[in-house]
Design a protein around this ligand. Structure first.
Ligand code: 6PG
Length: 260
């Protein structure tokens, strides 16, 4: 059975990064309410890097979110991780713990970090086992996250899926470890089947250095651009791009008005 064509992505251009963070927090709240109402829990995969920190800090700071979101029924995962220990300054887990997880009442058992202190391939295998256990998957199952938060590099990478990487071709494993030449280090990442199996994917992109890649990803080239971020098109899920004016500066008029 051919899968239904992916829906057109929603694109919202916000005046400033703080508006991107608030729009993302509102999308998080909607996804959490729907998931807990329908399934009794909310599963979310966090992005690393700098951009999403503002979202995490807002969720922890603003009582509208800190006090009303279903933290006790929320399960947090990561879309990718650097191959460093959890207390390393580059750790995506450490950033989320500092900005959010240490400031909201989420049970420790609901925080499923990538064990990046292990050897690379073992870390990926262990995280894949965690996904299969928590999502109660069989050997060929793919988790359906209620929400995946992603960023995008100026080269069009997302999670730790970089242009030309072998990880982009992975269709069997849920998680891969790969040495990334662009950063001169190993990374562990969810694969495209997992990202595209999500119920909702929200990209957060800010800054003028992202404008060219964003224009390629959301413009006429789209997935033919070959940029990893353009390959994230949930087959049966929502895709929302939350960008600031600087990152959206090169978007064609029709694209920048396409908002959900
Ligand atoms: C990471 C992220 C990565 C990030 C982009 C954008 O581990 O670094 O998962 O994919 O989203 O590199 O990073 P910034 O938000 O810092 O620009």
């Amino acid at each position: 059975m051919t899968s239904a064509p992916a829906r057109e992505p929603g694109v919202r251009v916000c005046a400033r990064p703080d508006e991107v963070h608030r729009a993302a927090a509102e999308a998080w709240a909607r996804a959490a309410a729907e998931a807990v109402g329908a399934r009794g829990r909310f599963t979310v995969a966090l992005a690393g890097g700098l951009t999403p920190r503002g979202l995490y800090e807002l969720l922890a700071r603003d009582p509208v979110f800190r006090e009303r979101l279903p933290w006790g029924r929320t399960h947090v995962f990561w879309g990718d991780e650097r191959h460093v220990p959890p207390d390393h300054p580059d750790s995506n887990y450490r950033m989320a713990r500092e900005a959010l997880l240490s400031r909201v009442p989420i049970p420790a058992a609901n925080v499923h970090r990538i064990p990046a202190e292990l050897p690379e391939v073992a870390a990926a295998a262990a995280y894949e086992r965690t996904l299969r256990t928590v999502f109660e998957l069989g050997p060929a199952g793919v988790p359906r996250f209620d929400l995946v938060i992603l960023g995008m590099g100026k080269d069009g990478h997302t999670a730790s899926l970089f242009p030309g990487a072998g990880a982009l071709l992975e269709r069997d494993h849920l998680v891969v470890a790969e040495r990334v030449a662009a950063v001169g280090a190993w990374r562990i990442s969810l694969t495209l089947p997992v990202l595209n199996g999500a119920a909702r994917v929200v990209f957060l992109v800010t800054g003028e250095e992202k404008a060219a890649a964003l224009s390629a990803v959301l413009g006429a080239e789209g997935s033919s651009s070959g940029l990893p971020a353009a390959l994230v098109r949930p087959a049966d899920g929502e895709l929302l791009w939350l960008v600031d004016k600087a990152a959206g500066a090169l978007l064609a008029r029709g694209v920048s008005e396409r908002s959900r």
